[in-house]
Design a protein around this ligand. Structure first.
Ligand code: 4NP
Length: 161
């Protein structure tokens, strides 16, 4: 069965589109597009239709990762379309939990921090919107770490719970 992942942050212009692009690149490199699909969305719809923040795109591009996503707000049907819904921070988690239409939908929501392997000091992915360049680099470091761990887990056939 194909596993469909949705990354969710606040604006869907920094953290979650970066996670989507990093995961898509891993999927492409490993040739597992038939087993895993990825998308991203935001709990806030104010940037809907926008490309990712140019600072995020520039930082990703310097690592060979192209972010092409257009922002969209998360919606109730996402809980049907996706198997694993990953919140970048606790606020995103709580917003998703409130939006989830039923208990089974709530069970699909995870925190990105659960997948961090090499960054024990981070319990969430910090919002880089009001930060300098280092904030965007940090997001990419964290997202690269967690996406590797998550994809390995999916490809091993492990359950998310
Ligand atoms: P993101 O960053 O949640 O990582 O996309 C933000 C982008 C925009 C805003 C907040 C966070 N905003 O308030 O407009």
């Amino acid at each position: 069965m194909k596993q469909r992942i949705l990354f969710v942050c606040l604006g869907n212009i920094c953290r979650s589109p970066a996670a989507e692009a990093v995961m898509q690149q891993l999927i492409d490199r490993r040739g597992v597009g038939d087993r895993v699909a990825v998308d991203s969305a935001g709990t806030y719809g104010g940037h809907a239709g926008d490309r990712a923040d140019s600072r995020m795109r520039r930082a990703a591009s310097a690592r060979g990762i192209e972010i092409t996503h257009r922002s969209r707000q998360v919606r109730e049907e996402d809980f049907e379309r996706f198997d694993i819904i990953v919140a970048m921070d606790d606020n995103n988690y709580e917003s998703l939990f409130r939006l989830a239409p039923h208990r089974d939908a709530q069970m699909k929501i995870f925190r990105f921090r659960e997948f961090l392997t090499n960054h024990p000091d981070w319990s969430y992915i910090p919002d880089p919107y009001y930060e300098g360049h280092e904030g965007f680099e940090l997001v990419l470091d964290l997202v690269e770490d967690g996406c590797q761990t998550m994809l390995d887990k999916i490809l091993r056939g492990e359950k998310f719970e």
